[in-house]
Write a protein of this length. Structure first.
Lengths: 288, 360
């Protein structure tokens, strides 16, 4: 008896990967990720915390309120600022990395990875010590006579971006350096010999060729900065509210699950929108 | 308007990476419009020398003079040097046309003039049909032609080529060698070609500089270098040769009587100086030896192992009585069959001019 088996090799397409290899993980995802996600979306379409009355009231309340819209904007801005700051730090380091010999490169990779060996919680608390009124930064500035009254850094966006930049920097650096080290150094020499300055060489050759690495890094940094619940809460404190804290508060304190679900779906969609923005940037750069 | 060909002078260039010198006190004068090949084994410092001229590495001492300018303090983008790399180094994210326009844009040439020059260069290297392709859609030879067009588009003073044919197969290599020679003539360019392939150097260079361990051992025309190598290293690096040990037995004006260890006596002209009793090597090219069936002065006994037809020549592999191997090349007489094996007498061909070197 013949048994129908999906064709592994489609004519003219070479050998294709057997999708059944992905089945175990696929099923786990289906059960533990896609299922709950559908549940979450479903819950958001109830109006009351007892989940008795279906309707759009939760969505309307969230998007009708300027405060909540502001929380969405702040969250995305935090992600973008962190991406910008990590980019500005990562590129110069990338140039140094590419110009270094193999031994210095190994040392740099180790230094870059080092922070990842410490938990985010510990690193966040370390930043409190650095940013506090009598912390490292303020004491240094006062000792240098650059300011007489301590700057307020804790519970500000600036302090939070500083901390997140340090915490997320490895996520930007690793993909960026991986791509940059694969760029043929002769391309830089070729550009220089053709009369291009260092800056022109950077913008016309190194930057476009490193964009795929930057996209990967920016995606990781953006997603994790937008959702960095611990750092946002500990350094941002009560005065700065971001979507993760809002979700926690609505679900665990107020127990209004439909409203928390609206915030969660909003966070998911906005992070995905941000990420696809980076992808669009790459396509624009490639077709230019 | 075209610049007249620019001379290039290297004056006592020295460079090292940590331990040892990669380039050791190199002095070289290249006349305007000349193509000089830097020939030497891998690791002898050819690329380093080229990178110093291009300004990509800064020498420890010495200077580079292009035309009438001492360029030691110039960054690479101000040296007006065209470079063609072994791996082509085309910008992978740009089309062929954009690659060729790159240097023009960097010099602020107007868009209209860029287009004109790109079209002209594409036609020069016969790549017009490929203007909108990306480098990865081209074969190795096509990529190398684009690299050449890109380097020449900005009208450089000097063209530097670092093993430009090494990654290409043999037929293509010959085509490109002819192409480069043609363009170099057409543009009146002074060019330095780095290679470790002596045939390549012989066929396209006006002069060859043979390098060994960071130094130039000999500079001369391909024919000078082939016929009159100045050191044992140059002798063994260029072409194939047989080394026969011997001793100086007699001195006459400009001619040395050499008693070879195999018993034969050869009078050899040489402009080097030797004293009676000096141990020497006599070096003879395979085509400067002949095989004969009878004994005569200057001949020594050999055993004939085998013969290989190589084009119009027959290459005989023969052994001296002490087992040492020699190569003998003779024109192949059409219609004759190969005689294999057996004893024979080996001697100098008419007009043969062996070289003498001191034997350590
Ligand atoms: N960037 C470098 N760092 C250290 N040593 C190098 C470097 N480049 C070349 N060398 C050394 O310098 C010598 C000459 O190298 P190179 O100029 O590349 O020779 P060639 O091109 O003739 O093969 C070699 O011994 C090589 O190992
Ligand atoms: Mg080399």
């Amino acid at each position: 008896m013949a048994i129908a088996v999906p064709a592994l090799v489609a004519p003219g397409q070479g050998e294709r990967v057997d999708w059944r290899l992905a089945a175990p993980l696929g099923l786990v995802y289906l059960g533990l990720f896609a299922g709950p996600l559908l549940l979450l979306i479903g819950i958001s379409f109830f109006e009351d915390s007892e989940l008795a009355k279906p309707g759009l009231a939760s969505w309307r309340r969230f998007w009708g309120d300027a405060f909540y819209r502001g929380v969405v904007v702040d969250t995305l801005r935090l992600g973008l600022l962190t991406v910008a700051a990590t980019t500005l730090l990562a590129y110069p380091l990338g140039l140094v990395f590419c110009a270094s010999g193999p031994r210095v490169q190994k040392a740099l990779i180790f230094i870059i990875l080092l922070p990842l060996l410490t938990s985010v919680v510990i690193r966040t608390f370390a930043w409190i010590v650095i940013l506090a009124r009598e912390g490292v930064i303020n004491n240094t500035l006062i000792a240098l006579g650059l300011t007489s009254t301590p700057l307020k850094l804790l519970q500000t966006e600036l302090g939070l971006v500083m901390a997140l930049t340090q915490i997320e920097l490895p996520l930007m650096l690793l993909p960026l350096l991986t791509v940059m080290r694969q760029i043929d150094p002769n391309l830089i020499d070729a550009s220089r010999a053709l009369g291009a300055s260092r800056w022109r060489t950077f913008f016309r050759v190194l930057l476009p060729l490193s964009i795929p690495g930057w996209i990967a890094g920016a995606t990781l940094v953006f997603a994790s900065a937008c959702t960095a619940f611990i750092s946002q809460s500990v350094i941002g404190g009560a005065s700065l509210v971001y979507l993760p804290a809002l979700i926690w508060q609505q679900s665990m304190v107020v127990y209004h699950w439909p409203f928390a679900a609206v915030a969660a779906v909003t966070l998911l969609v906005s992070v995905l929108a941000g990420i696809s923005l980076f992808g669009a940037l790459e396509r624009a750069a490639r077709t230019r | 308007m075209r610049m007249p060909p620019q001379p290039l002078t290297l004056d006592g260039l020295t460079h090292g990476y940590g331990a040892g010198l990669a380039v050791d006190n190199v002095t070289l004068e290249v006349r305007g419009g000349e193509l000089v090949a830097l020939l030497g084994p891998s690791g002898c410092g050819k690329t380093t020398l080229l990178r110093i001229i291009g300004g990509f590495v800064t020498q420890i001492s010495g200077s580079v003079i292009i035309g009438d300018r001492r360029v030691d303090s110039y960054p690479p983008n101000q040296r007006e040097v065209g470079v063609v790399f072994q791996n082509y180094a085309l910008f992978p994210h740009m089309t062929v046309a954009e690659n060729i326009a790159y240097g023009l844009a960097a010099r602020g040439v107007s868009k209209a003039l860029q287009r004109e020059r790109v079209a002209e260069m594409l036609a020069t290297v016969q790549m017009t049909a490929f203007a909108e392709r990306k480098p990865r859609q081209l074969s190795g030879g096509q990529q190398q032609r684009v690299a050449l067009a890109r380097a020449l588009a900005v009208r450089p003073r000097i063209l530097l080529l670092d093993e430009p044919f090494a990654a290409l197969d043999k037929n293509l290599r010959l085509d490109l060698q002819i192409e480069i020679k043609r363009l170099q003539r057409q543009f009146g360019l002074t060019a330095i070609l780095v290679t470790h392939d002596q045939d390549e150097a012989m066929s396209i260079a006006d002069k060859i500089a043979v390098m060994n361990k960071g130094r130039i051992e000999q500079l001369g025309s391909p024919i000078d270098i082939y016929d009159d190598p100045s050191t044992l290293f140059v002798n063994s690096f260029i072409g194939s040769s047989n080394l026969l040990a011997g001793t100086i037995e007699r001195l006459e004006a400009g001619t040395f009587g050499v008693r070879l260890d195999n018993g034969a006596f050869w009078p050899v002209a040489s402009n080097r100086s030797f004293a009676r009793g000096d141990a020497v090597f006599a070096s003879v090219r395979p085509e400067q030896l002949t095989l004969a069936t009878a004994e005569a002065p200057g001949r020594f006994p050999v055993n004939h192992a085998l013969s290989l037809p190589i084009g119009g020549m027959l290459l005989h592999d023969v052994r001296e009585t002490n087992g040492a191997k020699l190569k003998v090349a003779e024109p192949r007489v059409p219609g004759t069959s190969l005689s294999m094996g057996g004893a024979a007498w080996c001697g100098l061909a008419a007009n043969a001019r062996p070289s003498l070197f001191p034997r350590p």
